[in-house]
Ligand binder design. Structure first.
Ligand SMILES: CCCN1C[C@@H](O)[C@H](O)[C@@H](C(=O)O)C1
Length: 621
């Protein structure tokens, strides 16, 4: 249920919030017996203690816990303050990975599929006011061809389930982002949209719509825009309208100017209590006045071409796993700014709301990616081992008969949630609808058409739509590039192909493919959303060898020479900002080592190379 609880939580004159973060009780449920055994009512027997937010995987010392696949449970308690009883009370989970069923005092109050977008469940009918209430949540982290991210679930000889990710990051799971108890008035703002019109005289118009619940005809919906010094620069009334700003401070790349947009529902009966000034609901947010469009083979921000410099990343750190860690988020922005970056992609799933709010404030350009990764069967860290479970053996991902029904349904729902959550962020300039799908297969075409057609209906700002193309669907093989507004390529010439001493051959092959792309897509801009080489920090070799820091620099230099040879290239996002955890395998050394920085956020030589290239003011913007 939405009902205004999906808006980013805040305390205002009419809204209340209580964090439930901290130590919760936890236990695995490999036989899925917890509900039958009454855990929602009685709580978790023999429970461990774990932190929320965090992944559970890296907390324990046994492999069965790290690799656990199946049902697992969390439990805590909370007091429902009696003062809030006239409001709607929600539990808001910023992320429960990959799916959750929520129980309060043994009563099922809601479920959610998808581990990277928030959901809220209304609990008024289940709580006891001014008393402790038992909150029990069942999660599950199994992968399938209808899960985002995609994969498979195998079993060991003794029946223990095993995750088979079709993606190159560890299948971390748990309550990985904050959990809150929030109270929202029965008559409330539940959502809003903004679009922007810039004028040559420096003025701008903010076109808005507001979604409400329970708005009475006699009440007034007031909308105000407040600038950085606290002045009300525009105001309007009604569920849709425009805010005319005479001198607009535009939001621009690495030059962010934010406005506070304020929604107030005012009691129109005239007999409102003087105490609350007749305010029925109040919600505010930060927006940036800016436009994004693709034109003449450029990405234009406020009508001017931008060049994306930055990284593919992961929400990933030691111990936390994929658990939100604001210190790591802060350090990552610091590293990106130190490198002279201005952009990143939320590879390969929506990042936390806190991350995007920081990108808004820092003026970063974000490619916002839904968790539709693994739509190409590959196991063992990206070798297409074609080793697959019996049900799908030998067929391409999109040949699966359920893909146009079950997978498409889950994918569309994930897009609905992503766009609703992120549509008002000025930092979001493009939407990536899939990461490395098998776009060379004929069966992919109807799926792409369905998902791109759906996505086109979701964004009032009509930001460019894309997906990231992988080498197995190189120029001439990819059948889906026509759907994308911007061509995003993940390329590894000099790493996965023709590496090491063959680097010159890799460059020739890379340019041959690019020449082909220039014929196939002569009018679209190109962004490299991945390029990188695994590098063990501290390994030095003269002359270089692959995995040495010297080779990573040689590799990057070659990529940049190719990018600079094609004016159609308007962005370069190196893979990856930091080393990150993956499943174990013969191609990963306690994770993926393509970072410009180590997992504890310290530089390899490549970081200095990027800093020199990206801080060179004579280059792109
Ligand atoms: C086709 C390869 C795409 N790319 C996906 C990303 O998730 C992986 O980490 C990266 C890699 O192999 O380092 C490859």
């Amino acid at each position: 249920t939405n009902d205004g609880a999906l808006l980013y939580p805040q305390v205002t004159a009419t809204r209340r919030m209580q964090s439930l973060d901290g130590i919760w009780r936890f236990r695995f449920d490999p036989e899925s017996e917890g509900e039958r055994d009454g855990w929602p009512e009685t709580g978790l027997p023999d429970a461990a203690q774990v932190p929320v937010p965090a992944s559970f995987n890296d907390l324990f010392t046994d492999k069965a816990s790290r690799e656990y696949t199946g049902d697992f449970w969390y439990e805590t308690e909370f007091v429902a303050p009696g003062e809030w009883r006239d409001k709607d009370l929600f539990l808001r989970f910023d992320a429960a990975t990959h799916r959750a069923d929520v129980f309060v005092n043994g009563i099922p109050v809601g479920s959610h599929e998808g581990g990277f977008t928030p959901f809220a469940v209304r609990v008024n009918d289940a709580v006891r006011w001014n008393e402790a209430n038992r909150l029990v949540v069942r999660l599950n982290n199994e992968l399938s061809h209808a899960s985002l991210p995609a994969g498979t679930t195998g079993t060991l000889p003794d029946g223990t389930k095993v995750s088979g990710p079709y993606f190159d990051f560890f299948n971390y799971a748990g309550l990985q982002r904050p959990v809150r108890l929030i109270a929202v008035p029965a008559e409330a703002v539940t959502g809003y949209t903004t679009t922007y019109e810039l004028h040559k005289d420096g003025s701008a118009i903010v076109h808005y719509t507001v979604e409400t619940r329970g708005l009475r005809p006699e009440d007034t919906l007031r909308v105000r825009l407040i600038d950085e010094v606290g002045s009300v620069v525009a105001d309007a009334q009604g569920a849709e309208g425009e805010l005319a700003v005479a001198y607009a401070r535009l939001w621009d790349v690495r030059d962010a100017h934010l406005y506070r947009i304020e929604f107030t529902i005012l009691d129109g009966t005239g007999n409102a209590a003087a105490a609350d000034g007749g305010v029925i609901d109040e919600y505010h947010d930060e927006i940036g006045i800016r436009t994004v469009e693709v034109r003449d083979r450029e990405i234009l921000l406020n009508g001017r071409p931008v060049y994306l410099r930055g990284f593919g990343r992961h929400e990933d750190s030691a111990i936390n796993g994929r658990g939100e860690n604001l210190a790591v988020v802060t350090r990552d922005f610091e590293l990106m700014k130190w490198c002279g970056a201005n952009s990143f992609r939320t590879s390969h799933y929506p990042y936390s709301e806190e991350e995007l709010r920081l990108a808004d404030r820092e003026g970063f350009l974000v490619i916002d990616e839904v968790a539709a990764v693994g739509f190409m069967k590959s196991l063992m860290n990206f070798l297409d081992a074609a080793k697959d479970d019996d049900e799908h053996r030998g067929r391409g991902f999109f040949d699966d008969p359920d893909v146009m029904t079950r997978t498409l349904h889950v994918h569309k729902a994930a897009l609905d949630e992503l766009f609703t959550r992120d549509r008002n962020h000025p930092s979001v300039i493009m939407w990536s609808l899939m990461n490395e799908p098998d776009s060379a297969s004929e069966a992919a075409v109807p799926y792409f058409r369905a998902i791109f057609d759906h996505a086109r209906t979701l964004d009032p700002q009509h930001r460019p739509l894309t997906y990231t193309n992988l080498m197995m669907a190189a120029a001439g093989r990819d059948r889906c590039h026509g759907f994308a507004d911007v061509i995003c390529l993940n390329r590894y010439y000099g790493w996965y192909v023709q590496g090491g001493y063959q680097l010159s051959g890799a460059k020739a092959a890379f340019m041959a493919e690019m020449d082909r792309w220039m014929q196939i897509e002569p009018d679209k801009p190109f962004v490299f959303t991945e390029y990188g080489a695994d590098t063990a920090a501290g390994v030095h070799k003269l002359p270089s060898v692959q995995w040495s820091e010297e080779y990573q620099c040689e590799y990057l230099k070659m990529q940049h020479e190719v990018f600079d040879a094609y004016p159609a290239v308007v962005g370069e996002q190196m893979w990856n900002l930091c080393d990150f955890q993956t499943g174990e395998g013969i191609m990963r050394v306690d994770g993926n080592r393509k970072g410009a920085f180590t997992r504890d956020r310290q530089p390899k030589a490549a970081a200095f190379l990027l800093r020199e290239r990206w801080n060179d003011a004579t280059r792109h913007q």
